[in-house]
Design a protein around this ligand. Structure first.
Ligand SMILES: [Zn+2]
Length: 252
C-alpha cells in the first residue's frame, strides 16, 4: 500500500535543480501528495502543479508569517482559486507568534478572513499554529462549521481534545527526533483515527536524513515511528492514516 504526504512544498526553490526527478519519484512511490500554498505566488504554483499531475493536490492560502501580499484583490483571487476542483483546502493559515512577522491583531484578522473563505466555499482548512495554541483554538471555535487539519501539531493532547471532533492532527519528521518527548507523548495518546502523516518538505527532515533536504517519500520514516510508538503494524498505520487524509481533504 502506497503512502500519502498530506503536506509538502515542492514548489520550493530547494527543488529547482531536480524538481522533475522529484515529481517522478513521487508518482512512483506515493499515492498522492498535497502541495500547500503559503502566499499568492506559492498558491498559484501549487494549483499549476495540481492541474498538471493527477497525484498532486493543491491548497491555497496565506501563512501567518507571509501576510505582506494580503489585500482585497489577492483575497478575491484566493477565493476564486479555492473553488477549483484541484484545490482541496484553504491553507496554510493560522497564527505564528514565533516569527511575529505581523502583529497579533493583524494575524488574527487575516486568519478569520480566510476561515470565512473556507466557510463560503465549503472546503476544509490547513492550520499553522506556532506558540499560539490558545488563540488558535479560540478562533477555530468561532467556526464550528469548518473542519480540517492542524499541521505539524505542536500542542498537547489536552488541547487536541478540544477540537478533535472537527480536526485531524498532522505529524511529521520531528517525531523521529530522539529528544522530542512531547510529540512522542501526543502521538501515544491521540487515537490513530485522528492522525495524518506529512513531511512539510523541504523542512523538518526525519531521522535518518535529519539536517538534509526533506522529500515526500520520507513519510515512511514518520509512519514507522508512529507504528513503533503505538505498537501496531506499519500496514495498519498506513491504511488508517491514508483514510484519515482522504476524509480530511474530502478526496474521493
Ligand atoms: Zn508547511
Amino acid at each position: 500500500m502506497k503512502l500519502i504526504d498530506s503536506h509538502c512544498h515542492i514548489d520550493s526553490d530547494r527543488y529547482d535543480d531536480d524538481r522533475e526527478d522529484l515529481i517522478k519519484r513521487i508518482g512512483e512511490e506515493l499515492e498522492f501528495v498535497v502541495n500547500i500554498g503559503y502566499d499568492m505566488s506559492s498558491s498559484i504554483e501549487s494549483l499549476e502543479l495540481a492541474k498538471k499531475y493527477d497525484f498532486i493536490y493543491a491548497t491555497v492560502g496565506f501563512h501567518p508569517a507571509d501576510l505582506k501580499g494580503y489585500n482585497e484583490e489577492t483575497e478575491r483571487q484566493l477565493e476564486q482559486m479555492s473553488g477549483d476542483e484541484r484545490v482541496v483546502a484553504i491553507g496554510e493559515i493560522g497564527l505564528d507568534y514565533h516569527w511575529m512577522e505581523s502583529p497579533k491583531e493583524v494575524q488574527k484578522e487575516f486568519f478569520r478572513r480566510q476561515m470565512e473563505i473556507a466557510r463560503r466555499v465549503g472546503k476544509p482548512v490547513v492550520i499553522h499554529s506556532r506558540e499560539a495554541m490558545a488563540d488558535t483554538l479560540e478562533i477555530l471555535d468561532e467556526y464550528m462549521d469548518v473542519a480540517g487539519i492542524i499541521h505539524s501539531y505542536p500542542g498537547s493532547y489536552e488541547s487536541a481534545k478540544k477540537v478533535m471532533d472537527r480536526y485531524y492532527f498532522g505529524i511529521n519528521g520531528v517525531l523521529t527526533f530522539k529528544n522530542n518527548v512531547k510529540t512522542k507523548e501526543v502521538v501515544s495518546k491521540l487515537p490513530l483515527e485522528k492522525i495524518i502523516i506529512e513531511t512539510d518538505s523541504p523542512y523538518l527532515t526525519p531521522v535518518p536524513f535529519r539536517g538534509k533536504r526533506n522529500e515526500p517519500g520520507y513519510v515512511k520514516y514518520v509512519a514507522q515511528e508512529i507504528a513503533d510508538i503505538k505498537g501496531v503494524s506499519l500496514e495498519e498505520v498506513v491504511r488508517v492514516t491514508n483514510e484519515n487524509t482522504k476524509r480530511a481533504y474530502k478526496i474521493r
